[in-house]
Design a protein around this ligand. Structure first.
Ligand code: CO8
Length: 257
């Protein structure tokens, strides 16, 4: 498939996806979801890619769902557009390898929702976050009503969605919506450094941890702890786990292969 919206690059075990529709502030349309799903299909079976990064080109990370596409929709089309986005974002959340959002600019509406479906967010000082759907007379449709409260707390979710206020990167850091803020010119450098660090960690342990953290978040504590214990046991079947412990005892760096 030839992409019209995504620019993709794979190097050093890291896949970088740049959303490139800068004239429309990278607004998310149906084609975007088709392209992203296609890229995820390609990535899924590969074991040489350990981390994925999503960023935007130009002034925006993503300034929301494409209003020009939505303005013509009826109820059934609105529902279909919402579920298509939700399924794609759920897929990102459940994707085996970690996904980092490198938020370079506006992350509004569907853009903030995309960033929240990633495992964590690193923001440029120029980034702006918000759920401005109220200004359009609509509610969020890619699960901000659920993810924002889980990430930043109920009060912050209600505040941001009901006021439609936009906040800057430092405020997003303060409420836990982003994990780190960088100078704009070093955003990708910092994100790639973090991605490289994760890619260099124990090959089985990173996806295992993501899976348990994500799955366990929807369970009660006891059930989730049991999930951890079962997987903790299973990892003793993996050579990588044995190698990690042996390397420590032999005072050398692990060779993960
Ligand atoms: N959709 C379509 N086009 C957009 C969008 C968008 N979300 N955002 C910007 N654009 C377009 C503008 O229309 C403009 O196009 P043109 O040059 O042809 O007039 C171009 O991008 C540049 O935008 P601006 O001139 O407005 O640039 P500014 O720098 O002045 O402002 C902003 C940048 C602040 C980002 C401003 O563009 C803005 O407020 N954008 C809209 C933000 C917004 O409301 N986002 C929420 C959208 S709704 C949503 O995301 C719901 C998600 C769930 C959907 C569920 C499916 C049913």
């Amino acid at each position: 498939m030839e992409y019209q919206i995504l620019k993709t690059r794979i190097a050093d075990r890291i896949a970088v996806v740049t959303i490139s529709r800068p004239a429309a502030m990278n607004a998310l349309n149906s084609d975007f979801f088709d392209e992203l799903n296609h890229f995820l299909d390609d990535l899924e079976p590969r074991d040489d890619v350990k981390v994925m990064v999503i960023t935007g080109e130009g002034k925006a990370f993503v300034a929301g769902a494409d209003i020009a596409e939505m303005v013509h929709m009826d109820e059934a089309q609105g529902y279909a557009f919402s579920t298509k986005g939700q399924r794609t974002f759920d897929r990102l959340e459940q994707f085996a390898i970690p996904v980092i959002a490198a938020v370079n600019g506006y992350a509004l509406g569907g853009g903030c929702e995309l960033a929240m479906a990633c495992d964590f967010r690193i923001a440029s000082k120029l980034a702006k976050f918000g759920q401005p759907e109220m200004n359009l007379g609509m509610i969020p449709g890619y699960a901000a009503t659920q993810r924002l409260s889980r990430i930043a707390g109920l009060g912050n979710a209600l505040y941001l969605i009901l006021t439609a206020d936009t906040i800057n990167a430092d405020d997003a850091l303060r409420i836990g919506l982003v994990q780190k803020v960088t100078e704009p010119e070093v955003l990708m450098e910092e994100v790639l450094k973090l991605a490289g660090k994760i890619a260099g960690n124990g090959s089985q342990a990173v996806p295992r941890s993501k899976k348990i953290i994500r799955a366990g978040f929807a369970m009660d504590f006891k059930e989730a702890s049991e999930l951890e214990a079962v997987d903790f046991g299973r990892q003793f079947n993996d050579e990588a786990t044995k190698e990690g412990m042996r390397a420590f005892l032999e005072k050398r760096k692990p060779n993960w292969k």
